[in-house]
Design a protein around this ligand. Structure first.
Ligand code: KG4
Ligand code: ZN
Length: 394
């Protein structure tokens, strides 16, 4: 019987990552090389630079993951790699490397959907403590820089099946955090900055509202408007579980213009390059942003978290789901964790999050998601290639 050692490789966006995970449950190593410094000055990921950085990092990152785990290539049972969704050039670096390694070592190759990986960042922890038979169906909110999707994840004969319940029509929630941070002259990526600064503002100062999304017949047949929306069709989804974050971004922009906050934001940009970490104390926060800006930031975050909660809990109620998973980079948000936890307790539901390190992109989640596929011998074809708009489930 193999030990179930899987090397996971992730390169879908701006993190080159490799990890060794045993039987989808025990992380022996998880190495992440972040490209934040490369993309920060552009305020977003530049695809060509991302591919170049992945090429530079992939060999040392995989070597470090093997060394940290104390294993050699010969000890592995399989290699897993993210095949989509993501940036085509970035994905291809990981896929090409994983294919070559698998071929050279005569190991099976397993293709993993990045969104499924995020879900398994939580299941990985649950498998550590529970036996595989006691892992139950859950409603999963995948909320990151590229995605805001709700899935019903169901264990079926040892593997998992996913049903799409809802998703964003335009921007992902993390994208809204990043864009609002950028327009306020804050650091990149914006989520951690907004998270830190929001603690010092009044979340009720600016009453942002999310209007109800109506199903328009013409939307059903129309191509999605943004990359984030391309990974799944919207036809047949209940409009109560659809998200839209481009409106609140525009509302923040209008507020900034109306309240003459533009110059103040522009002045912050140069200070950002010098300041590596978000403020930790009220003094540090006020030194960076006047109180009205902190109030705006807190109100924005409060509104986004409120909308994510409202639709997730409504979906849980409608489906009769008693377990909720929240995962992806935005799941690292403090207010989100606190409010989801309180609401779940109030409704007698359970909610689980990944550790902070496993909330953002990593390869342990890819190796963990590959484990059920390994057991089912669901291996990738030799001509596996990148699928930038790969959808998950049905
Ligand atoms: O999962 P991830 O690393 O990459 C994608 O698959 O997109 O998520 C990155 C996103 C970014 O938009 C980042 O701003 C956001 O997650 N993020 C946060 C926090 N930490 C990261 N958003 C809100 N609060 C945070 N603490
Ligand atoms: Zn991700």
């Amino acid at each position: 019987m193999p030990h179930g050692l899987i090397l996971g490789i992730e390169s879908s966006c701006d993190e080159t990552a490799a990890a060794v995970v045993e039987r989808g449950a025990r992380t022996l190593s998880s190495v992440v090389a972040s490209q934040i410094a490369t993309h920060a000055r552009y305020g977003g990921v530049v695809p060509e630079l991302a591919s170049r950085e992945h090429l530079r990092a992939i060999v040392p990152v995989v070597r470090a993951a093997l060394a940290e785990a104390g294993v050699s290539l010969a000890d592995l049972d399989a290699i897993a790699v993210t095949s989509g969704p993501g940036l085509a050039g970035a994905l291809l670096v990981g896929i090409t490397y994983a294919k070559a390694l698998a071929f050279a070592q005569c190991l099976p190759l397993i293709a993993v959907n990045h969104l499924e990986g995020h879900i398994h960042a939580v299941l990985l922890q649950q498998r550590q403590t529970a036996s595989e038979q006691t892992v139950y169906e859950a409603l999963a909110l995948v909320v990151s820089g590229g995605h805001t999707h709700l899935y019903l994840a169901t264990p079926t004969l040892g593997t998992w099946q996913y049903r799409l319940i809802g998703r964003t029509l335009d921007d992902a929630a993390g994208e809204a955090f990043d864009k609002v941070a950028k327009l306020l002259g804050l650091g990149y990526p914006g989520g951690p900055w907004i998270d830190s600064l929001a603690r010092f503002g009044d979340p009720h100062a600016v009453p942002f509202a999310f209007s109800r999304i109506k199903t328009k017949l013409h939307l059903a047949g129309k191509a999605p408007r943004t990359k984030a929306a391309q990974t799944a069709p919207i036809a047949d989804l209940d409009p109560h579980f659809l998200f839209s974050f481009s409106g609140i971004k525009t509302a923040v922009l209008r507020y900034v213009e109306l309240h003459q906050m533009r110059d103040e934001a522009a002045a912050r940009v140069s200070r950002m390059l010098a300041s590596a970490r978000p403020p930790q104390t009220k003094e540090e926060a006020l030194a960076l942003c006047p109180q009205p800006t902190l109030d705006l930031i807190a109100s924005f975050q409060h509104a986004v978290v409120g909308d994510l909660m409202k639709k997730t809990f409504a979906a849980a109620e409608s489906l009769g789901a008693t377990r909720i998973l929240v995962t992806g980079g935005v799941a690292a948000n403090n207010e989100l964790r606190t409010r989801f936890t309180a609401e779940a307790a109030h409704r007698s539901l359970t909610v689980a999050f990944p550790t902070l390190a496993l909330s953002t992109d990593n390869a342990a989640m890819i190796a963990a998601a590959a484990w059920p596929r390994f057991k089912a011998a669901a291996f990738a074809p030799p001509d596996l290639t990148a699928t930038p708009s790969l959808a998950l489930g049905t």
